[in-house]
Design a protein. Structure first.
Length: 299
């Protein structure tokens, strides 16, 4: 198998008040991000909402009606925001204590997963704008963390504590239905990151001490072989063409962040991309992160 390819797509990272897109190749330059957004300086973020984004914990590239955007979530006081990439315009914000993940859904809806203080998956509309309040729907889920949409079967996947749940989704611009379709128990507790594997298929779920693969058709859960025994994996993302794994793994001992991203090729080759002084939480390749049903079984 080939080592880590060069070039690769860009790498999104988040942590503290900002999110950034860096080139991921061997000439990785931390002083020259390709794109950045910082809640302290964002021009159209209301002053009273800046603190909501003081601890960014997820950044996800998405497309709204064909326009590239990023979904940003933040813990502590917490919120989810949608930012247009071409001009950095903030299109949507919603307060959600300890928000850990967001997902853009058909019809201009946004799903937001919040852990302690929220313990729920909540739904709102992009059209609610920057000053959105409340939510259109709330589904209780202790320690909710992940949100991933599966277009082929119109399922919204989420996780919390020791379960993964899926909700059947139907929507228009004005209304939606969201009904729980299944709940799958995980072998270990503290579900954290939930992401598709566009190379091998299915979903990857990180927990406090293990990393799992979930087949969304059979609901079979197996160890995710490349890093099955890794603990404290905060963020994980698989590059679609090469299968290169990017992850942020905290050192443990109560420390939730690190200053580098680890890249792991299919042959086991590992490289690091260090950003001195940053407290990184999650990483995402600059690619769509939807779950493709036809590739739900690992290759």
């Amino acid at each position: 198998m080939p080592p880590i390819p060069d070039p690769l797509p860009g790498l999104w990272v988040c942590g503290q008040t900002s999110v950034d897109l860096f080139a991921a190749d061997a000439d990785f330059a931390v002083d020259a991000p390709q794109w950045s957004w910082d809640s302290r300086t964002a021009t159209d973020l209301p002053e009273e909402r800046r603190d909501w984004f003081s601890s960014t914990d997820e950044v996800k590239p998405v497309s709204l009606d064909g326009v590239p955007c990023v979904l940003i979530s933040s813990s502590w006081r917490g919120a989810v925001g949608l930012v247009r990439r071409i001009d950095h315009a903030v299109l949507f914000t919603l307060a959600l204590p300890n928000a850990h993940s967001g997902e853009l859904l058909p019809g201009g809806w946004i799903a937001c997963a919040g852990s302690d203080g929220s313990d729920a998956l909540v739904i709102h509309q992009v059209s609610a704008g920057v000053l959105a309040e409340g939510e259109r729907a709330r589904f209780a889920l202790p320690h909710a963390h992940g949100a991933v949409f599966e277009p082929g079967r119109s399922l919204l996947w989420t996780c919390g504590r020791q379960v993964v749940q899926a909700y059947r989704w139907e929507s228009t611009r004005d209304s939606f239905t969201c009904v729980r379709a299944c709940e799958i128990a995980l072998p270990t507790d503290q579900a954290h990151d939930l992401m598709p594997d566009p190379f091998g298929g299915g979903l990857i779920v990180t927990t406090e001490h293990k990393v799992w693969h979930l087949d969304p058709l059979s609901h079979t859960i197996t160890p995710y072989a490349p890093i099955a025994d890794a603990n404290d994996v905060k963020g994980i993302s698989v590059e679609a063409s090469s299968g290169t794994l990017a992850m942020v793994k905290a050192p443990g001992g109560g420390c939730w962040w690190t200053d580098h991203v680890r890249l792991l090729a299919r042959n086991g080759t590992e490289e690091r991309r260090t950003i001195p002084g940053r407290k990184l939480y999650k990483v995402r390749w600059d690619q769509p992160s939807r779950l493709e049903t036809a590739r739900s079984a690992p290759r």
